[in-house]
Design a binder for this molecule. Sequence first.
Ligand code: AHG
Length: 280
Amino acid sequence: MTDIFEAIQKTAKRIKKAIDVKDIGYSQQANASGETQLQLDIKCDMIIEEEFSQVASIHTIASEEKEKEMLLHEDGKYFIAYDPLDGSSLVDVNLSVGSIFGIYENAFGAKNMVASCYVVFGPRVEMVFAHNKTKLHLLQGEDFEFVKEIHLDEKGKLNAPGGTQKNWTPYHKEMIDGLFGEGYRLRYSGGMVPDLHQILLKGGGLFSYPATSDLPKGKLRKLFEVFPFAFIYATAGGEAIDGRVDLMELGYEHIHDTSPCFFGSKYEINRVKEVYARNT
Ligand code: AHG
């Protein structure tokens, strides 16, 4: 696992340099989810592919920017699904973005996940790696330095509600409004990585991307986004569900499958469970 941890650190330093350029231009290509790919997305995908190709323990990779999975080393045991630059449409307005890595053993699928990691590119570059514990590291010059372990509180103060509000169900809207009524504060940038990072580091809260009338299966992808963060939240003492079921209990059919998702500390996730059990 150390070799993977080190390879991710190398990708982070190279991606940081790739972001810091004047022209991040749009390419003509669309990714497997039909979104226009930035040249930057493609570049970050190539950086990760190059670095992971050097790691013999990695069997197969799957990227949000690639249609199919790619075999790297027949004798490796790890399967890594990654989103090279989540929220890349926020780079031109200089908001934070991130890379996400789900590390699976022997095959993809939540039940096979053994570790998970993300990197936040904001004013500082930070990396959170969850294995047995969830640990924060900060890029200092050329090296990542350990900062602290991350633990979620039982209850937080932040509310990050995703999805187009006019397409929410009435009970979802009522639940979100109810949290604001209790004093929760809105924190939503449109980048999953910084939004979930903020909730983790500020002790807790709720991030939601529900099923909506336009996206009945949600927007966020299971293998690249949902499972990795579900693992991180569980390891940090929080919880992650699809409304009713623990996200780590879900299967997948296609590598680009999506799921509604809720990540938070225990208090907020219990609220989601109550509301969704009553209404779905
Ligand atoms: P993209 O990589 O296409 O910019 O999408 C970002 C993702 C995720 O990071 C974020 O939480 C979500 O899309 C935001 O979607 P909405 O704008 O629909 O809330």
